[in-house]
Design a protein. Structure first.
Length: 247
């Protein structure tokens, strides 16, 4: 299903032509053994989607002719997922699946109980952005979520502007099903209501962090009595909000 979608760097979009290099060129030319005339979809770093036709297959690159650009499909809300840093493989998995579920932005958060300490952050952020780009391609999204650098918990709280600010807690908070019935509650801050979902680390939030979040306008929400892993809770909440508020 996804073999006809390829990531193209914006620098290689030279209308009406586009060029694939590296792994994408190899996959198209060597794995799929494409020939001139084959039509494929291209997705750039910003999520723009193009229908293109293979024109020339060279040793190091493929030249394609852009036939049309697909307009981005509208969404009713813009979801940002702010996730306290968790173990590397779990973080990779979460970014991949959250991208498939339609997030617009991913923000790693440095919480008090985060077990993992970020080292070589530039490389990690670049890796996470690649994971998001690949997941967007596979899901045939017309936009690629932006992965930001990590933010200290309090600095993040002070910077968020969204119509709905929600954070997952275990011991208190309204059930998510009750919150969902209210809708995203656009208050005129933007044409596209923004929703921010904040999820804690493996060890949960401290009492001080929960109070700080509430003081900064975040609504505590609960998924019920189940004890869920951090990444599971994030995806469960994201799935419900994306489904009910984007339909």
């Amino acid at each position: 299903m996804t073999s006809t979608h390829f990531l193209v760097k914006q620098k290689n979009l030279r209308f009406p032509y586009a060029f694939l290099e590296g792994g994408e060129h190899y996959h198209l030319s060597r794995v799929l053994r494409a020939r001139p005339g084959k039509r494929v979809w291209l997705i750039d770093e910003k999520g723009s989607r193009f229908l293109a036709e293979v024109r020339e297959l060279e040793r190091e690159k493929t030249k394609l002719f852009i036939l049309e650009r697909e307009e981005e499909k509208g969404t009713k809300i813009r979801i940002s997922l702010a996730q306290a840093v968790i173990k590397s493989k779990k973080m990779d998995f979460l970014i991949q699946k959250a991208t498939e579920l339609g997030i617009a932005c991913f923000i790693p958060i440095l919480a008090s109980r985060s077990i993992v300490k970020l080292r070589e952050e530039e490389k990690k952020v670049a890796r996470w952005q690649r994971i998001a780009s690949e997941a967007a391609k596979q899901a045939r999204r017309t936009s690629v979520p932006l992965v930001l650098r990590s933010q200290p918990f309090l600095s993040f709280l002070q910077s968020v502007q969204a119509e709905r600010k929600l954070f997952l807690v275990e011991a208190r908070g309204r059930l998510l099903r009750e919150i969902i019935t209210e809708g995203p509650m656009s208050q005129g801050l933007s044409d596209l209501p923004a929703v921010t979902i904040l999820v804690g680390p493996e060890g949960g939030w401290t009492d001080a962090e929960e109070k700080q979040a509430i003081d900064h306008g975040f609504e505590p929400m609960s998924l019920g009595n189940q004890v869920l892993r951090s990444e599971t809770a994030a995806l469960a909440a994201l799935s419900l909000i994306a489904h009910f508020w984007n339909v």
